[in-house]
Design a binder for this molecule. Structure first.
Ligand code: OGA
Ligand code: MN
Length: 295
């Protein structure tokens, strides 16, 4: 069966059929997926009964794997999955839903805020690849916002204003926004802020996009309240329905997105039901801004 791509959302997202991602892909198939990502920014591959090992192998077609260390507060001995995979489920190491007030769960609730994966790392993520092994039966949709379309729709004055701005991103900002601020000294050091450009240009298509994320908490050189108010405005603009694709999960959907041109968030779901979601991440090419540079 030939690979086919059909658009799903208003300006982003497409469904890809005719590929078996559990098996090695040939270079032509990899190139076709990359081209699909450049154009649509989010690709949905339905009915891919993939194992963790196969998911890692698929991911490596698109670049190096991003390390999961430094992105969560789960102690090593409480991990459920191999460190090559980010555990974005609501499960403990025994596969049971985390208690409502479990620290790991409260930290993961940050995924309900619009974000771009790993914008808190100096070299942020290229692609994220999320496999829905057990999906929520009510709630738990994942929404994606097109940051290229959001950039294009800015009024000219705002577009000029954001052009050279640089933000500071940290997990402390996104978690702090939810009132999760009981971090150890070690976690604070691990979550030290990094700088990212507010406007980035896609290396292949040349399209510009707004690089927003709930991890952004400051604009370099701006008073903090003014920066946060402006970032809120920009987020409100960028996540209007005309820029958003809502993904309603079916078991074994595999969804792949380009963090350089989108934001995403998961919606609320019943804490007592199992939602087993496993993510692999393709590392980015480099920083969007030199970390050592003075403001
Ligand atoms: C992620 C994420 C959303 C979800 O995997 O990066 O934010 O739907 N997940 O679980
Ligand atoms: Mn995410």
């Amino acid at each position: 069966m030939a690979m086919s791509i059909e658009p799903l959302g208003p300006t982003l997202a497409a469904r890809v059929t005719g590929l078996d991602l559990t098996r090695p892909l040939d270079p032509g198939q990899v190139a076709a997926i990359e081209a699909g990502m450049d154009e649509h920014a989010v690709l949905v591959f339905p009915a891919q009964r993939i194992t963790d090992e196969q998911q890692v192998a698929f991911t490596l077609n698109f670049g190096a794997l991003e390390e999961t260390a430094g992105g969560n507060v789960t102690p090593k001995d409480q991990r459920r999955l191999d460190p090559q995979l980010a555990d974005v489920s609501n499960l403990d190491q025994h596969g049971k839903p985390l208690a409502r007030d479990d620290r790991r769960r409260m930290f993961n609730l940050g995924n309900q805020l619009w974000h771009s994966d790993s914008s808190f790392r100096a070299t942020p993520a290229k692609y994220s690849i999320l496999s829905g092994r057990v999906v929520a039966t009510s709630g738990g949709n994942t929404e994606f916002a097109d940051m290229r379309a959001a950039y294009d729709a800015l009024d000219p004055r705002t577009r000029d204003e954001v052009e050279d701005l640089v933000c500071e991103h940290s997990l402390m900002y996104s978690r702090g926004a939810l009132g999760f601020d009981t971090l150890s000294a070690e976690e604070r050091a691990m979550f030290a802020p990094v700088r990212q450009r507010l406007v980035r240009t896609h290396p292949k298509t040349g399209r510009r996009s707004l690089y927003l994320s709930s991890h952004a908490g400051e604009i370099v050189g701006w008073p903090v309240p003014e920066a946060r108010a402006f970032l809120r405005d920009l987020n409100e603009h960028a996540t209007q329905p005309q820029f958003v694709y809502v993904h309603r999960w079916q078991p074994f959907d595999l969804v792949m997105w380009d963090n350089r041109q989108t934001m995403h968030r998961v919606r609320r779901f019943d804490a007592g039901q199992v939602r087993d979601m496993r993510r692999t991440t393709v590392a980015g090419d480099g920083p969007t801004f030199p970390q050592a540079a003075a403001a």
